[in-house]
Design a protein around this ligand. Structure first.
Ligand code: NI
Length: 169
């Protein structure tokens, strides 16, 4: 699968809720696990592979011993606590990393690939990845969450990425 880049309008769309029974989700998530691994990401949202549906994959082996690549479906953040600053990057915005301030702890509801429901409080790196990927499902990118001055300094790089991406549109 090709990861679409900044400038592709699909990254700005709000993803549609997933029906686990009917949307070919099993095959899509398997392909996304492979793409995430190949590109060295810890998370990958469906819109990044041009699928505007509300799910993402996360490589839990990079978070917990014994964790595995996991699909997180129809996630909703229902509560947040605290604040932390962490440097983020994104496979759709290559070669740019910036500090992003987000809540430290979130309570999140979602489904897994078998339709089981979860309601969990998470923090640390896992909460960070969830928030970054859930942003993707809402058409939001991490560069939207940095200060206007910093973003201004990135304009040239971003324009370059968008120009390269335009050949695929
Ligand atoms: Ni990203």
């Amino acid at each position: 699968m090709r990861i679409i880049k900044y400038g592709n309008p699909i990254l700005r769309m709000k993803a549609k809720p997933v029906d686990i029974q009917s949307d070919g989700i099993h095959s899509l998530t398997e392909q996304m696990f492979v793409t995430m691994r190949e590109d060295g990401g810890i998370g990958l949202a469906a819109p990044q592979v041009a699928v505007s549906q509300s799910f993402f994959v996360i490589d839990m082996s990079l978070i917990n011993d014994g964790g595995e690549p996991t699909a997180i479906i129809n996630p909703q953040i229902v509560d947040t606590k605290g604040e932390s600053t962490v440097e983020e990057g994104c496979l759709s915005i290559p070669d740019i990393r910036e500090d992003v301030i987000r809540p430290e702890t979130i309570r999140v509801r979602y489904q897994d690939i078998n339709g089981n429901n979860y309601d969990r409080e998470i923090d640390g790196l896992e909460a960070r990845v969830f928030q970054h990927e859930i942003d993707h499902l809402n058409g939001v990118l991490f560069i939207d969450r940095i200060g206007p001055m910093k973003r201004k300094l990135l304009q040239k790089k971003l324009k370059q990425i968008a120009e390269e991406e335009s050949q695929y549109l």
